[in-house]
Design a binder for this molecule. Structure first.
Ligand SMILES: Cc1cc2nc3c(=O)[nH]c(=O)nc-3n(C[C@H](O)[C@H](O)[C@H](O)COP(=O)(O)OP(=O)(O)OC[C@H]3O[C@@H](n4cnc5c(N)ncnc54)[C@H](O)[C@@H]3O)c2cc1C
Length: 350
């Protein structure tokens, strides 16, 4: 038996984008705003990013928006502003801001399927529910493609992570990782993985990328190479993971075909994000072929009336300050829709 309820706005995902939208909507007094989060803790990805650098641009986003939106109460969010803070602090500030504004943020609740155009079925330790909303906001974030999706052959020995899995294992669960790692990727998230490995006491044998150069800020790449002594192997592809009881090496092919083998007991696949579009697909929300998230217009409207998508769910992957600003802008669009009921007949892709 499902317990059935109605709310005004249902937001799926309590990362920065969903929480910012919730704060904006609740502060504007749109009624019952409820956020569902499948994890035990709200806050999204920043919960397990223990490095700094979160929110540095939020203040600029806020000041740019307050003149435009007409929403009241956004100044309650200034706790998120400043030169940047650690991920967990940033996540907590977002959760506090949404709750202070009056949104209900529920954790341990997963939206599993649709029972109507704006009706979602959920599951949680408290049981099954069916929630119908006047508007639904998909803020389900993005995930890194795991090793299997990258078609890297080899055994299924333990010791293989994505950055998100690594950060959760280290920062949320305090698990032992290994002794010597290879990091696959050289974009900003790969450098976050290096930080996490360092904190976990894991040496890094090398960073490997098929590209000709890294794609991070020059100071980060130089710091890893010169300060921490991590070699960056460019133009090299991982061709196989070796090991049975545990990963023992990765096999590489350098540009030009020269093979190599790097001994290690841990491999971290970084970057290569895909919007978490599973729920959108189940609801028949058309996807954008470019972003692989729901196709949206400039007001975050999908092609299903009353259903919006925001943050990395719509376009992997942006800095937290950017998706926060999007969440606030989405709140304005949702509120306008609730007041007018207007939905364009064709939603233009952006
Ligand atoms: C390793 C790493 C390091 C990063 N470092 C930085 C940095 O230093 N600075 C910076 O600005 N940005 C950084 N980012 C980017 C930043 O974390 C993201 O831009 C931001 O978290 C995106 O917010 P979001 O709300 O769109 O998605 P997310 O933060 O991914 O939140 C989505 C939430 O939705 C939940 N969810 C998904 N599906 C369901 C469902 N069906 N039911 C219920 N809940 C659901 C998920 O559990 C998740 O909590 C980093 C990202 C990563 C992965």
């Amino acid at each position: 038996m499902r317990h059935e309820r109605t709310v005004d706005v249902l937001i799926v995902g309590a990362g920065p984008a969903g929480l910012a939208a919730a704060a904006g909507l609740a502060a504007a007094g749109v009624g019952h705003v409820e956020v569902l989060e499948r994890e035990e803790q709200a806050g999204g990805v920043p919960r397990h990013c223990h490095h700094g650098g979160f929110g540095a641009r939020t203040f600029a986003g806020l000041t740019g928006l307050t003149g435009l939106t007409g929403l009241t109460g956004l100044t309650g969010l200034t706790g998120l502003t400043g030169p940047g803070t650690s991920g967990p602090r940033y996540a907590r500030a977002h959760v506090d801001a949404a709750r202070r504004a009056g949104a209900r943020v529920r954790t341990g609740v997963t939206a599993t399927d649709w029972a109507g155009p704006r009706t979602l079925d959920t599951t949680s330790p408290d049981g099954l529910e069916r929630l119908t909303a006047r508007a639904v906001v998909l803020a389900t974030g993005a995930r890194e493609r795991p090793r299997a999706a990258r078609l890297v052959p080899g055994g299924r020995a333990p010791g293989v992570y994505t950055t998100g899995e690594l950060q959760q294992a280290v920062h949320l669960y305090g698990q032992h990782i290994g002794t010597r790692a290879v990091v696959v990727g050289a974009e900003p998230v790969a450098y976050a993985a290096l930080d996490t490995l360092r904190r976990a006491g894991v040496a890094v044998a090398a960073q490997v990328t098929a590209e000709a150069r890294h794609r991070a800020e020059p100071w980060r790449a130089a710091g890893a190479r010169l300060w921490h002594g991590v070699p960056l192997l460019t133009g090299a592809e991982v061709t196989e993971l070796v090991g049975r009881g545990r990963i023992s090496a990765v096999r590489l092919r350098h540009r030009g075909g020269r093979p190599a083998q790097l001994p290690c007991d841990t491999v971290v696949f970084t970057g290569d994000f895909v919007p978490d579009h599973e729920l959108a697909r189940r609801g028949g929300v058309p996807l954008d072929r470019g972003t692989r998230g729901p196709a949206i217009d400039a007001d975050f409207r999908t092609e299903i009336p009353g259903v919006f998508a925001v943050g990395n769910a719509a376009h992997a992957v942006e800095p937290a300050a950017a998706v926060t600003a999007e969440g606030w802008r989405a709140a304005v669009s949702v509120r306008r829709y609730l007041l007018s009921g207007h939905w364009p007949s064709v939603v233009r892709e952006v």
